[in-house]
Design a protein around this ligand. Structure first.
Ligand code: ACO
Length: 330
């Protein structure tokens, strides 16, 4: 069979049980439910249990995606994990997930760091590998435990983020023009400092001084990220539509990165699409980074919002600053 397309065979997601509400946060730091909701649209977020690692969340989402596809871990020969919060700096979280999930040792397993755009980067990478015919079944997981790198005393960041995982299983099809139709990926590497964890890497190792200075926590220039995010999401969406000769009207559903309701609103108005064409769950999860898009995708599918033949647009931005968009025909 000549493989012409990479198609989605199943989706799955997972969010930890513990829910942290705005009310609860406002008892710990100087903030309010009103401020958080009006600036971001977030009401609550899920937070991993003590001892619950990124790999544990990924395994749950991966199992659900495999069950949805009617496959088992033994069927997987490619495991791509998009994350910025691996269990350890070394080795790849994908290897830990491989072992916990029972993916065979002949499978290629690697991590990919493109922050909140990571899932779309992973989807495009795995799709190309499936389309090459060299891999048969891929599991792509977007997962992050941002609660582990957030400074819980910094109200500028801690109110915005949450933990979770989302996954898809990809397989090959001989049918042209179906499944993952294409993707547009890019990055603004001149904006690294807008959102980063300054220490803990090779340029500024995790010394006692760096830890004391709080440099192992995420630092963000929110306003600048906001502006660039809207521009990058709009451009990424327009570019992929143009590349494939689609008008935004032909898109049945947009699955945007869930960072901020105001960013999603702005993208909707640039694309001249009503908000009911957008999947929004930022109110219940906050920004779950690489998990955000696949989690929203899984929820939308399970809620019956995606029908055969529909065209779905995925679009995201993240630290880097990276951006990405992808089109899927179901
Ligand atoms: N509660 C109350 N007040 C707060 C809080 C809080 N949690 N956080 C900040 N403030 C204060 C600020 O200190 C500031 O006070 P000041 O004017 O006295 O200095 C004031 O609120 C106003 O802040 P603004 O910057 O005007 O707020 P803005 O409307 O820009 O919203 C926000 C801030 C929500 C951070 C917004 O800029 C945003 O969403 N940016 C994008 C962030 C993002 O998407 N990051 C994720 C990137 S993806 C990834 O890879 C992880």
């Amino acid at each position: 069979m000549a493989i012409r397309s990479s198609i989605i065979l199943g989706t799955g997601s997972y969010a930890p049980e513990r829910i942290l509400t705005n009310e609860e946060l406002s008892q710990k730091i100087e903030t309010s439910d009103e401020w958080i909701r009006s600036r971001s649209g977030i009401r609550e977020r899920h937070i991993a249990a003590p001892g619950e690692a990124t790999s544990d969340m990924a395994v749950q989402a991966g199992r659900r995606a495999l069950a949805d596809a009617g496959l088992t871990p033994e069927d997987i020969d490619l495991l791509v994990v998009a994350t910025v919060t691996p269990d350890m700096t070394l080795p790849a979280c994908a290897c830990i997930i491989q072992h916990k999930l029972g993916v065979p040792t002949h499978a290629a397993c690697f991590d990919l760091n493109a922050a909140c755009s990571g899932f779309i980067y992973g989807l495009d990478t795995a799709s190309a590998m499936i389309q090459s015919g060299r891999y048969k079944k891929a599991l792509v997981i977007g997962v992050d435990k941002l609660s582990a790198i957030v400074d819980w005393n910094d109200r500028n960041t801690c109110v915005l983020f949450g933990d979770g995982a989302g996954a898809v299983v990809l397989g090959g099809s001989d049918q042209p023009d179906t499944g993952v139709l294409g993707a547009k990926l890019g990055a603004y590497g001149d904006s690294v400092n807008l959102l980063c964890v300054p220490a803990g890497g090779s340029s500024n190792p995790a010394t006692a001084e760096a830890i004391a200075a709080g440099d192992l926590f995420m630092k963000m220039k929110g306003k600048e990220v906001f502006k660039l995010a809207v521009r990058a999401m709009d451009e990424a969406a327009r570019d992929i539509l143009e590349q494939h000769g689609f008008h935004s009207d032909q898109i049945a559903l947009v699955i945007p990165h869930q960072a901020n309701l105001r960013i999603i609103d702005a993208v909707a108005s640039y694309l001249k699409l009503p908000m009911d064409r957008f999947v929004v769950n930022v109110d219940r999860y906050g920004n779950t980074s690489a998990a955000s898009v696949p989690l929203a995708l899984d929820e939308a599918r399970k809620a019956g919002r995606i029908k055969p033949g529909d065209i779905t647009l995925l679009v995201a931005f993240g630290a880097g600053l990276t951006y990405g968009s992808a089109l899927i025909r179901w």
